[in-house]
Write a protein of this length. Sequence first.
Length: 280
Amino acid sequence: MLSIIIPAYNEERLINITLKYLLKDNNLKDCEIIIVCNGCVDNTFTVVSKYVESQFNLSITRNIIFTVLDTPIRSKTNALNIGINSAKSGNIIFIDADIHITGTDVNTLISNLSDENPLSVSPKIQFDFNESSFFVRVFYKVSSQSFYNQYYRLSNVIALSAEGRKRLGVLPEVIADDEYIRRQFLVEEYKIIKNIHFEFKCPKNLKNLLQVLTRVERGNLQLNSLGYYDKNKAKISGFPKRVWLFFPAFILIKVIAKIRAQWQFKKGMVKQWERDESNR
C-alpha cells in the first residue's frame, strides 16, 4: 500500500487536473490518495469531493482509496502532518496540488526507495518558462543549471520510505517545508531520480518571480533562526557550467529577493503569504 498526500490551498481550478493527470495512464493502483484542504476560502473541498465521488468504479477496480480532509488552518506543514497521521502505508509521497506527475512515475519513485538508502527520492525538476517574460526566462535558464536544481532539489514531489517517514517525524510550523524535509537527510540518504521529471510552471512576470524567490529566501531565514541548519553536506551552491551571458541578471534578481526577504523577516512578516498566482 502506498499513501499519496496532496495538500491543497485554494486550488479549485487545478486540483482535479492534478488528480486526472495522476490517474490517466492507469498504472496507479493499490494505494490511497489523501487530499488535505487547508484554510481554503474557495470551493476546493467541494470540487475535489465531487470528483472523488465520480471515481467510485476506479476505486473498486484499481483498489484506490480516496480521502478528502478539511482543516481551517492555513498551513501546508499542518496539512502534511494531518495527511501523515491519516496514512495507512509506511511509504508516502507528498505531491503539491499544482504539480503534474503520472502514476507510472510514482511507481518508479517507490521502486527506488529503501529503508536503508535512499530514504527519500524526488523526480528531477523541469522548468516550463514558455509563457514567461524575458527576465523570468533569463533567470530560470541560469537557475536550472545550478548544482541544487541539477542534483539535490528535493521538492514538490517527495517520496519517503517507512524509515524516511520515521526520520521526518512531525513537521514544524515553517514555510519552507520542502527545504526543511531536505535538511533532515544526509546527501547519501536521498536521491534525485533523473530518468523521470515533473514540470514546474514558472512565474509569468518579474513581479511574480520576486514574490516566489522572496518567500523561498524568507523560508530559509526562518529555518536558520529556528536552528534547522543544512547539515547534509550537499554542494548545493554553484554551477557545473555557467550561462555567462545571463548571469548578471540572475545575480541581480537573487540579490533583490534576498534584500526583500531580509527586510520582511526583520519586520516580523515571516509567514506573509506570497504565492505565484499567474499560473492558476
